[in-house]
Ligand binder design. Structure first.
Ligand SMILES: [Zn+2]
Length: 520
């Protein structure tokens, strides 16, 4: 609690990768690692590994040509997630209406197979690349008048492993683009230009950004090691990780009102984005809110910060707890333990992808990775998630979801069960989210997969989703601390068990292609 409250405090401003808040968070992690006596294992003798993370803005001179019509950036359309890419010949679909989530492309209507499977849409959790961001911030010229009826087109370049590009267009333009695309195949050109040198700007005109800019506050992984006690095994590592970042600030909302609404109408938080209240639900929300207000007079507060207390301050702080516990052992684990707090998970596993592509210890020396993401909730009242056939998964004081624990190594999956049994933790393991082909795609959606793709056996621990998921209401006072501690002790114990084996945990399943698509 004493760590989680400051780490998920409003002053951290959501800890979005590449911002001051995330920078402060990573400073805190490094300071704690130093205090615990961990050895720096980042770059240049520090605890940090900096990502080449930049801000890219669309060239204001960009155009989209559809048939004979040219659409101007900022007036007729704006894009999200554009990179330097040519979209010529890409299929175009109607993605929905901005501000009207009932008309967004839904999972069932999405042409799932035709979209890149290596998509990076974690914040919306629906696993849908084609889905536009529920509430994008429109450029000023778009917010005048017609924002609420702007349309979204989604296009996917033909190149392999490329992702969907989204563009918001005014209703008339969007309709024209989709009609045209249907008629003779899509034609979207030069949605974003290659970054290029800054041009001399004419006097009196504001300068626009044309190229990527380095962040004032770099996105950083925090990396530290507890050296192993057995000279013969200390060069091997058991990795324990979580993500240090969360997401940007949303528009201000009434905290209690949103929380009570989501508990009734959107039990999966952002995962249920777009669900509307039935009249009965609305009546219940109104009654709940009236009762809350009566019991807490003058407590109403406007909230505009995603604190990410569960996602993933819970995991990040528990990694510190594990480090503290292992560091206090009289005889340290035989293998070294590698602690990595990844940045940019919310941006699409960027930090863990970077770390595993550019590891600061030899990649082959990492024998397993234990990942924690959202390990502080899972109460009986929470719908922790849904099983493959749609049944609600209910939490409880001993509830924990395990994902991926046998996907590369049967031995590792068995080992975690043995630790739970022998340590008398009494945790109830729920493997429902690990089902092959589960539509929520959880196996592919947190940092462990960056390791698994290189054939490193992993276990992903989570207490599952809840109505505060990716909401301003994901705050420290709603964390179940005894539950969190139980998960942390289990993970610590599992790390020690793996570290002390007289052999590396055996990989007995096929290794994926590190550059290929993740298969749930
Ligand atoms: Zn997370």
């Amino acid at each position: 609690m004493s760590r989680l409250y400051p780490f998920a405090d409003d002053s951290m401003m959501g800890r979005e990768a590449g911002t001051l808040g995330n920078y402060k968070g990573t400073e805190y992690l490094a300071a704690e690692a130093r205090r615990l006596g961990l050895v720096p294992a980042g770059e240049n003798g520090t605890y940090f590994q900096t990502l080449p993370y930049k801000r890219r803005t669309t060239d204001s001179a960009s155009t989209v040509r559809v048939g004979g019509v040219t659409l101007a950036h900022g007036t007729d359309f704006f894009g999200t997630g554009f990179n330097s890419v040519r979209l010529t010949g890409a299929p175009v679909v109607f993605g929905g209406t901005l501000g009207d989530s009932t008309r967004m492309l839904s999972p069932t209507r999405r042409p799932a197979r035709s979209w890149s499977t290596r998509c990076r849409c974690r914040p919306w959790r629906s696993g849908a690349c084609a889905a536009p961001r529920p509430r994008p911030t429109p450029p000023p010229s778009c917010s005048r008048g017609s924002t609420s009826s702007s349309r979204c087109c989604a296009a996917r370049p033909r190149a392999r492993s490329s992702t969907t590009r989204r563009a918001w267009a005014t209703p008339a333009r969007a309709a024209g683009a989709v009609r045209h695309a249907r008629r003779r195949g899509a034609l979207l050109r030069r949605a974003a230009r290659r970054p290029r040198r800054r041009r001399r700007r004419p006097a009196g005109r504001p300068r626009r950004a044309h190229h990527p800019r380095a962040r004032a506050h770099p996105a950083r992984n925090v990396v530290a090691v507890l050296p192993g006690s057995d000279p013969a095994l200390a060069a091997q590592y058991v990795a324990v990780g979580a993500h240090n970042d969360h997401v940007a600030r949303p528009p201000p909302v009434d905290h209690d009102s949103l929380r009570l609404f989501n508990r009734v109408v959107r039990p999966q938080g952002a995962e249920d984005e777009g669900k509307r209240a039935t009249p009965e639900q609305q009546a219940r929300v109104n009654a709940d809110l009236a009762a809350w207000r009566a019991a807490h007079p003058n407590s109403a507060r406007i909230d505009s910060i995603f604190n990410g207390a569960d996602d993933d301050a819970s995991g990040s702080m528990t990694v510190l707890e594990v480090a503290e516990k292992l560091g206090a052992m009289k005889t340290k684990p035989k293998r070294s333990v590698l602690f990595v707090w990844h940045t940019g998970e919310e941006k699409g596993l960027l930090g863990s992808e970077w770390f595993t592509d550019h590891p600061t210890v030899p990649r082959d020396s990492i024998v397993a990775q234990l990942n924690m993401d959202m390990v502080g909730r899972g109460a009986a009242g929470d719908v922790a998630d849904h099983g493959k056939s749609g049944e609600a998964l209910r939490g409880g004081p001993d509830y924990v979801q395990l994902v991926g624990s046998r996907r590369l190594s049967t031995e590792l999956g068995d080992l975690v069960e043995a630790v739970n049994r022998d340590g008398k933790y009494g945790l109830r393991f729920d493997y429902a989210m690990d089902a092959n082909g589960h539509p929520q795609n959880i196996y592919c959606r947190s940092d462990h997969y960056s390791y698994a793709r290189y054939g490193i056996p992993i276990v992903f621990f989570s207490t599952g989703g809840h109505s505060d998921y990716h909401q301003v209401t994901d705050e420290p006072q709603y964390i179940d601390y005894p539950h969190l501690a139980k998960v942390g002790n289990l993970v610590a114990d599992a790390a020690v068990r793996v570290a002390n084996l007289d052999h590396r945990v055996a990989v007995d399943k096929p290794k994926p292609d590190p550059k290929g698509s993740c298969q749930q």
